[in-house]
Design a protein around this ligand. Structure first.
Ligand code: PLP
Length: 372
């Protein structure tokens, strides 16, 4: 992240925390394989397991329930394919990694605010839900809308089904969720990319997807990523110690949304419980692609929620599932805040947003959308 730019794309990735950099380089200097039996290997194992213990304390789970992976995508795949499920029910707003892993899944609809429709889930669940796995994210990466996880877990368990919760966007921001399987990714909370975990509260039912040398109690093969795991653990410790940052972000988002609504913005998922760091904003009459370019030129990094790995902007499946029409959805951008976001960042973003919206109104006389 360049110093003189305004970074408002924290849901895509967060800047690596200095504590994580220190932990990474310290662990990298230890330079031994945690599975080696010599003294260097045993020291590396000690460091690895103590990072696991620290993470478990922050997640509120047993250390033995943590299986380290290469990130959120792999953790999702491990639960979806290693849990023994034969039927998958996934919400319509899950991250693309879920649908791609289980293309035959049944889709649980959401309401116009993006919340899972509990009535539909109850109808979809078979009398005996054994072998059914329900995948619902804790909070959505585009809108920030939070799902009623406890309620979903209790309905699922009443039918004998299991629940997979994608907590990639909420770790370090909200209390760790319930669920039989919970996915975590370090780069969203100040750790490095390429490391994450699956918390398996029913690990005894899980089998490996990536088989190898028996690491992670046989549940995930591959040499342990000691520097990555140490950095992930240090990053989460730093976030948990910084108690005020989420409420600071909530206050800044509130100021931003109030100001931009007065200038004509629409906010998706506004009436739902939302992650305090996320806002999906529509600027009527201005295509998101055009907004992204203009913000970028003004030194501001934001994204459309639907940006895919190629950097192209596609149609947002999340907004479509909420019933937002194509024209409106194509005018929405995602603004996401983090622990270093300042009042000045938000002020400058709002000024740029208002200027762009004003220009669009002047150009069209308040009529046609560029995106139409
Ligand atoms: N789930 C959600 C909600 C995400 O936002 C992301 C990343 O954008 C992922 C899963 C994938 O995580 P990773 O990048 O660690 O594979």
């Amino acid at each position: 992240m360049s110093e003189n730019r305004i970074y408002l794309d924290w849901n895509a990735t967060a800047p690596i925390a200095p504590e994580a950099v220190n932990a990474f380089s310290h662990a990298a200097r230890s330079w031994a394989n945690p599975s080696s039996v010599h003294a260097d290997g045993r020291a590396a194992r000690g460091a690895f397991e103590s990072a696991r213990e620290r993470l478990a304390a922050n997640f509120g789970c047993d250390a033995a329930q943590i299986i380290f992976t290469s990130g959120g995508t792999e953790a999702l795949g491990l639960a979806l394919h290693g849990s023994g499920a034969r039927r998958w029910l996934i919400s319509a707003v899950e991250h693309g990694a879920v649908g791609a892993a289980v293309p035959d899944a049944d889709i649980i609809p959401v309401d116009s605010e993006g919340r899972v429709r509990i009535d539909a889930l109850e109808r979809m669940l078979p009398e005996s839900g054994r072998h059914a796995l329900i995948a619902v994210m804790h909070a959505n990466n585009e809108t920030g809308v939070i799902q009623p996880i406890d309620e979903i877990v209790s309905i699922a368990h009443a039918h004998g089904a299991r629940v997979l919760v994608d907590a990639v966007q909420t770790v370090g921001k909200l209390p760790f969720p319930s669920g039989d399987y919970v996915c975590v990714s370090a780069h969203k909370f100040g750790g490095p990319p390429g490391v994450g975990a699956l918390v398996a509260r029913c690990a005894s039912e899980l089998s490996a997807v990536l088989k190898g040398g028996g690491q992670e109690r046989g549940l995930r093969g591959g040499t342990e990523n000691l520097p990555g795991v140490a950095a992930m653990s240090a990053a989460l410790d730093a976030r948990m110690a910084d108690t005020g940052w989420v409420e600071r972000a909530r206050a800044l988002r509130g100021i931003m949304e109030q100001q931009l609504k007065a200038a004509g913005a629409e906010i998706y998922g506004e009436n739902a419980d939302r992650l305090p760091t996320t806002s999906m904003l529509r600027m009527p009459g201005v295509a998101a692609t055009s907004q992204l370019i203009q913000f970028d030129l003004a030194g501001i990094s934001v994204s459309s929620g639907s940006a895919c790995s190629s950097g192209k902007v596609g149609r947002s499946q999340v907004l479509a599932a909420m019933g937002v029409d194509d024209v409106a959805a194509a005018e929405a951008i995602r603004v996401s805040l983090g622990w270093t976001t300042s009042a000045t960042d938000i002020e400058l973003f709002c000024t740029a947003w208002e200027k762009m919206a004003r220009k669009a109104v002047e150009k069209t006389g308040g009529g046609q959308s560029e995106a139409a």
